[in-house]
Write a protein that binds this ligand. Structure first.
Ligand SMILES: Cc1cc2nc3c(=O)[nH]c(=O)nc-3n(C[C@H](O)[C@H](O)[C@H](O)COP(=O)(O)OP(=O)(O)OC[C@H]3O[C@@H](n4cnc5c(N)ncnc54)[C@H](O)[C@@H]3O)c2cc1C
Length: 1009
């Protein structure tokens, strides 16, 4: 055993002795809370329900609602709690007032365990008690998630107020240790950076810093005058780099350069924590003034893991608990070895981590007065006491705020306390032995943790190798291509470089492609940049009727061979196309920024979706490609299989210019059809790129023909053409219905009934229930309504709000809309860019005028760029459900808010439309959620999330009624639309004799002759 380990054990044991002298269970509050936590640790389902109940409780105003939710959350429990709840609910229904209040009181008690005071006055009582116990403080202001600049400004003002108050009330207080006091001011405020700016976007740290620095300067200035300390707390990974950069920028500023009382947090659970800490130390040395680092493991472990897995990103946190523990110790060493420039604050309740810091400090000869331990209010009381008894400096992290906004904090603490992996549970609830708890975490590292990290493969190149997704599990589950994570500076730089590169290529000419040949025509379509209409993105040759005829002939001819090409070959072609998209990913995204005005993340999402379509349909084709024996019947073989339909005409919209075009084209191709691809005119250059991609992937001549042109002329001609067998259309209702009608007529010489795959618009509604979590509902509604300028067919254009929380929803919604970043999407972090073209611009403006006559214009942004087709985000209230703005598709950043009495009304209004595409519902009532799932009429119903952003394979997308023919792009049955099913049956019995076995498939059925 190393000397250090021996010393860690000695100190750890001493701490445990001291801890055991004041025995305390995991939860100092006895009774209700104790029982809840004990049950949570035994029963995972109960834990989930309890946390959800706690989360909603504070927003419930009426006692009857509390009792109702209690009933919904707990009566189906299969543990001892259920009968209790049932009895409680029965009594409560008779006297709801008493029961509701009792519950609220009990849960408030839980919250009070972790929240040091409701307001600055209240918290002083706690701080004075701690002072008597020789424990210092850092105060943190709890609050709702900040969704607007109004709320951010309020937070900044509250910080200043709190600072003044603390300084006032603590005059004359001295440091409990005396030695080293100059490093540790008495007043210490912890600040949440994300609460100071509502539009923080990981892609745009410069913008965030430009907005945050002016808000922080007055706080820092005042703190310095008052002799206080300011700490920047660390939040989710998305904000980590910005927070670090902001810290460095502010404290390099001449005004604060020589101020030593600033601190920042490093989270040891992050794989890049060591690099960040070393960078900070280098920065600190160059700056020449001390600063502080609070070392913690990190509070967002579950969130980071879930978020990364959802987006296909490398997980930034360690996945094994001992890895975080080991890293904490590595970082402890770095901090202590650099004590000359950085003051260490160890934020942990783990006696092993604490004892290690103590032992190492001793080994390095660092006096205990030069660092401190920080622990959370309401947790690990005996550990704090033990540390004080051992003459260490202890500071308590004290959250201040109302219980309602504090609920998310409470839930995080509850999760932490009941986590299987946590130290506190192990020590105080499960009585794990001291020896076990003090083990060197390096010994606990699992084999795989020492190198082979399962998510280390870069998100960028993870998915394709020899055409096969590396991590695609066998069977029919599909793992999506990852999104680009713009949190990484290198990805931001690549996007900036791509924008420059693509800009240098604007204005080029692109030909038609027919039968593998480039074809130039007299006329061209000029595709322009909607942010700068004098800028031509490219000139694309325009096809007329003669070219359309040529394309049909070429496609017809190529069908002979393509339909007989093995599906595996066709699937591989799609995978090669996805590979090329991945290679050209940033350039393609940049092109979307210029050609259709998409914000960075939206553009990347579109390219990702295009790749997903290729990969997903390739995989789906492999699943359905082989003939399938229909039944095992002796004496007979009956196989079902699919043949392609023929020539497919693909007519795509401009709003998802790569994704939807690729989706329809790749589905048609992989199923063995040949294709005439007509991109939307405003996105014709992106169409040309897709043609180039398929050419590079090796598409044979005639199999895919690129035919941009006028929809009303060339498009209509092809729709009516006797030799076009399938029409895959996504676009407006008007055109869609015309295609549907035309395809119903049979022309002379036509051999097939035309199949139409038709996806049209929506008038999508989001309902906000009276108990909804507004932090989420507001952000997601704003994103659904104004993301990509409201030009997604899935966009929210009607917001239905229940009377009960209407004032609060509107207050937050309007100020959130007022805070949105509107501008040229070349800039990273823009949310609202221009609409697609002049026609759209004028049509939306007209609707806004109509709205002014029909409803109340509650909000309209004024500061939008003059050049370009920028429509200010607009919100109408007092909207009657029958008015035009509430019924007609506007396809722009215009939101109509409809106020309703109750959920019955809300669902009625949501469903009372011609369309059925997407719908959203925000609620925390299990019963209402079940109701919404069953009753909302839409192709895609989204609960407690935005109603846009469908992911291939995960959310098969498409609507019915006037939204479409009921097909689901990106779904398991989509390819069937491009195929005709066929069954071949053979009697294999000869004179009463038949083979016992039938083979699983027959290759001879694969091709159509
Ligand atoms: C005073 C104070 C201030 C804090 N400030 C912040 C802050 O600004 N930002 C922040 O993010 N956190 C902060 N924290 C940390 C956080 O809130 C937790 O309290 C802390 O991470 C718990 O660690 P521990 O050492 O006390 O307990 P332990 O039980 O030893 O560690 C639990 C921690 O290990 C990590 N972990 C759990 N499971 C795994 C796993 N499977 N794989 C890898 N790692 C895992 C998680 O970080 C978890 O929180 C602060 C903590 C304190 C005490």
């Amino acid at each position: 055993m190393s000397l250090l380990q021996a010393e860690v054990e000695r100190r750890g044991e001493r701490m445990f002795e001291l801890v055991d002298q004041h025995p305390e269970s995991l939860f100092s509050k006895a009774g209700f809370y104790q029982r809840m936590m004990a049950l949570s640790m035994r029963d995972e389902h109960f834990k989930v329900q309890l946390f959800r109940f706690v989360d909603v409780l504070a927003s419930l105003r009426r006692s009857g609602d509390i009792v109702q939710h209690l009933d919904e959350y707990f009566t189906d429990m299969r543990n001892g709690f259920a009968p209790l709840v049932r009895t409680g609910v029965r009594v409560a229904k008779i006297v709801p007032w008493i029961s509701g209040q009792l519950l609220r009181w009990n849960v408030s008690g839980m919250a009070r365990q972790f929240i040091a005071g409701k307001n600055p006055d209240d918290v002083m009582k706690t701080l004075r008690k701690r002072r008597d116990q020789k424990i210092g403080f850092t105060v943190d202001l709890l609050g709702e998630a900040v969704v607007s600049e109004k709320e951010a400004d309020e937070y900044a003002a509250r910080c200043l107020e709190l600072l003044e108050h603390l300084a006032d009330e603590t005059q004359g207080w001295t440091d409990p240790l005396g030695d080293g006091a100059e490093l540790f001011p008495v007043v210490n405020l912890s600040v949440k950076i994300s609460a100071l700016y509502s539009q923080m976007n990981p892609a745009d740290p410069a913008d965030a810093i430009a907005h945050l620095a002016p808000k922080l300067r007055p706080i820092l200035r005042r703190a310095r005058e008052l002799g206080a300390f300011i700490n920047f707390d660390m939040e989710s990974y998305a904000h980590k780099n910005t927070t670090l950069e902001l810290f460095k920028a502010l404290f390099t500023d001449p005004e604060f350069r020589d101020w030593p009382h600033a601190g920042i947090v490093i989270q040891a659970y992050l794989r890049d924590a060591e690099k960040d800490l070393l960078d900070l130390i280098d920065w600190g040395r160059a700056r020449g003034t001390r600063f502080t680092v609070r070392l913690v493991k990190g509070a967002y472990w579950d969130y980071e893991k879930i978020k990364s897995r959802q987006n296909g990103w490398s997980v930034p946190v360690y996945l094994q608990k001992p890895e975080s523990d080991v890293n904490f110790e590595t970082l402890t060493r770095i901090l202590l070895e650099n004590e000359s420039i950085v003051t260490a604050a160890f934020g942990s309740h783990n006696v092993r981590s604490i004892a290690h810091a103590q032992a190492l400090a001793d080994e390095l000869g660092i006096d205990r007065s030069r660092f401190e331990f920080q622990l959370l209010y309401g947790m690990a009381g005996p550990v704090k006491r033990a540390l004080v008894e051992m003459d260490y400096r202890v500071r308590e992290y004290c959250p201040v705020g109302e219980l309602l906004p504090g609920m998310s904090y409470l839930v995080r603490r509850l999760l932490e306390n009941t986590s299987n992996e946590g130290f506190l549970r192990a020590k105080f609830s499960e009585n794990v032995s001291a020896q076990e708890l003090l083990r060197d975490p390096t010994d606990l590292l699992p084999e795989s943790a020492n190198g082979a990290k399962d998510f280390e493969i870069s998100g960028e190149d993870r998915h394709l190798r020899d055409g096969a997704p590396l991590d695609m599990p066998p069977g029919d589950t599909y793992e999506n291509a990852p999104l680009v994570n713009f949190v990484y500076p290198e990805n931001q730089e690549r996007m900036h470089a791509a924008l420059l590169h693509v800009r240098s290529q604007l204005g080029q000419k692109y030909p038609l492609v027919i039968d593998g040949e480039k074809v130039w025509t007299d006329k061209t379509i000029a595709s322009i940049n909607p942010s700068a209409p004098d800028e031509v993105v490219g000139h694309v040759a325009e096809a007329g009727i003669p070219e359309a005829e040529r394309a049909v002939r070429a496609a017809r001819q190529a069908f002979e061979k393509w339909s007989r090409t093995p599906f595996e070959t066709r699937a591989r072609l799609l995978e090669r196309a996805a590979d090329i998209m991945q290679r050209r990913r940033y350039d393609l995204s940049a092109l979307e920024v210029y050609e259709v005005g998409k914000a960075w993340a939206e553009a990347d999402g579109d390219i990702r979706e295009a790749m997903d379509f290729c990969l997903f349909y390739a995989q789906q084709m492999r699943l359905i490609g082989r003939p399938r024996l229909t039944q095992h019947v002796l004496g007979e073989e009956s196989y079902q299989h699919y043949w392609p339909r023929g020539v497919a005409l693909v007519i795509a919209p401009w709003n998802f210019p790569m994704a939807i075009l690729t989706g329809m084209v790749s589905a048609a191709l992989v199923t063995g059809n040949t294709v005439i691809m007509k991109p939307a005119e405003p996105a014709a250059v992106i169409g040309a790129m897709l043609m180039e991609i398929f050419e590079e992937a090796g598409i044979p001549p005639g199999v895919l023909n690129f035919l941009p042109g006028k929809g009303s002329v060339m498009g209509a001609h092809l729709v009516d053409h006797k030799d076009v067998d399938v029409i895959a259309f996504t676009g407006s209702r008007e055109v869609g219905l015309r295609i549907w009608e035309s395809a119903g007529k049979t022309r002379e010489g036509q051999r097939e009934l035309k199949r139409v795959i038709c996806e049209m618009g929506g008038k999508n509604a989001i309902i906000i229930d009276s108990d909804a979590d507004l932090d989420e509902a507001i952000v997601d509604t704003i994103y659904s309504a104004f993301g990509y300028q409201g030009q997604k067919c899935s966009a929210c254009s009607r917001l239905i709000v229940l009377e009960e929380n209407y004032p609060r929803v509107m207050e937050r919604l309007l100020s959130a809309a007022a805070s949105l970043r509107v501008g040229n999407p070349e800039e990273p972090g823009i949310t609202v860019g221009p609409v697609i073209d002049k026609t759209a611009y004028e049509r939306i403006k007209e609707y806004i005028e109509i709205g002014k006559g029909e409803a109340r214009l509650a909000f309209q942004r004024q500061d939008v760029p003059e050049k370009g087709f920028f429509i200010p985000p607009t919100i109408f209230t007092n909207v009657h459900p029958d008015t035009r703005i509430a019924c007609e598709e506007i396809f722009g950043p215009v939101l109509s808010v409809i106020r309703v009495r109750d959920l019955d009304d809300a669902i009625y209004v949501a469903n009372n439309t011609d369309y059925a595409l997407t719908s959203g519902f925000f609620s925390r009532s299990p019963a209402n959620i079940e109701r919404a799932k069953a009753e909302i009429v839409a192709g895609n119903v989204y609960i407690n999330r935005s109603c846009t952003g469908a992911v291939v394979g995960r959310h098969p997308f498409g609507g019915f009624k006037m939204s479409g023919g009921g097909t689901k792009a990106g779904g398991g049955d989509y390819l069937l639309n491009f195929l005709v099913p066929r069954v071949v049956t053979e009697n294999i019995m000869r004179h009463g004799f038949a083979p016992e076995e039938t083979p699983p498939y027959r290759d001879e059925f694969l091709v159509r002759r």
